[in-house]
Design a protein around this ligand. Structure first.
Ligand code: HEC
Ligand code: HEC
Length: 289
């Protein structure tokens, strides 16, 4: 390996490698390629010095910058929290009507209320707040306890028939059958009147007997025309929307022994800001009065 070998055709020095008469020319590397490679080496050294790079047992070398993905994330989170804190404080001091009237607060409340709803409310009211028998639909315009912002706020804050809250909404439909306030045939007659109110098929002879009994026993809460009264949490019986079961059998069962739905109180559990966010969100679902 002493003497340089020169390729006869090109006049270029060869590496001395030869395969079946094909020789490898020893051309220098292109300059642009070399400089690019040197540049990447310099960059790599700089990177290792400046950023955390070399893995040690517990963590990587810290680097001059002291910045890690983690520290950057924590910084961003702190900034987001600070921005949020301003809005939280404003929500804290505003009424639900003021929140709904301010576009920035309203947006903040609805997005917060939406996530709170997913965690705390969907198991009873359904993922789209559509409800199910016994659990009211919150999208429609049919409200047990009132559909304006203040009423919705009150229901969410204190619940309904919730034994652990002193301010909970209380109003119980009497158990007319179970507590023997009415006879069995009287209840059957009233049920026909309810079917008439609801626009369903009914037995006219029985309904005629049921109508005065309704006026006497039911109108105080449900109204003379059965349109309901949110002061007593009494549903509208005149629409096609039923909290429970709108069949003859279901109506008789409810008059016999009402189910008395229980809605938990949320203010003590989630705090006032969250309840306000939820109220604005629920009101925004389309059914708010
Ligand atoms: C354990 C089941 C349950 C959970 C969880 C629950 N609710 Fe309810 N909610 C009910 C029931 C039952 C009623 C109906 C009460 C009645 O019959 O008067 C109700 C009623 C309501 C009403 C009144 C509707 C009307 O027509 O007036 C609102 C508003 C409401 N819930 C919102 C919420 C929100 C917001 C959450 C989550 C923070 C929530 N609920 C969680 C069971 C629940
Ligand atoms: C003290 C008030 C009060 C009186 C009086 C009362 N109700 Fe009710 N009624 C309610 C409340 C509150 C509810 C919702 C109750 C629940 O969650 O069990 C209700 C629910 C109902 C429902 C179920 C409606 C639905 O959408 O599923 C029917 C039907 C009904 N009442 C019929 C009657 C009839 C008939 C009478 C008279 C015999 C009567 N109520 C008397 C308060 C009253």
């Amino acid at each position: 390996m002493s003497k340089k070998k020169i390729d006869e055709i090109s006049g270029v020095e060869t590496t001395g490698h030869e395969w079946d008469g094909i020789t490898e020319l020893n051309n220098p590397l292109p300059r642009w390629w070399l400089w690019t490679m040197y540049a990447t080496i310099v960059f790599a050294i700089g990177y290792v010095i400046y950023y955390p790079a070399i893995p040690l047992i517990n963590e990587a070398t810290p680097g001059l910058s002291g910045e890690t993905n983690r520290s950057m994330l924590l910084k961003e989170m702190a900034a987001a929290k600070q921005a949020r804190a301003g809005l939280v404080a404003r929500v804290e001091n505003a009424s639900v009507d003021e929140i709904a009237g301010d576009s920035e607060l309203r947006r903040f409340a609805i997005s917060g209320g939406k996530s709170l709803f997913k965690v705390n409310c969907v198991q009873c009211h359904g993922s789209g707040a559509q409800g199910s028998p016994g659990y009211p639909n919150l999208n429609d315009d049919d409200w047990l306890w009132g559909g304006d912002l203040d009423s919705i706020y009150g229901t969410i804050a204190h619940g309904a028939r919730y034994p652990h809250s002193e301010e909970t909404r209380t109003s119980d439909m009497p158990a007319f059958g179970k507590d023997e306030l009415l006879e069995k045939d009287q209840i059957a007659n009233i049920a026909e009147h309810v079917l008439k109110i609801a626009g369903l098929e009914y037995d006219a002879a029985k309904e005629a007997k049921g109508a005065p009994l309704f006026a006497e026993n039911c109108a105080s809460c449900h109204g003379a025309e059965g349109k309901g009264n949110s002061e007593f949490g009494a549903p509208n019986l005149a629409d096609a929307l039923w909290l429970y079961d709108g069949t003859r059998k279901g109506i008789i069962a409810q008059i016999n022994s009402p189910k008395q739905g229980e809605m938990p109180a949320w203010k003590a559990r989630l705090g006032d800001v969250s309840v306000k966010q939820l109220a604005v969100y629920v009101h925004s679902l389309g059914g708010g009065q």
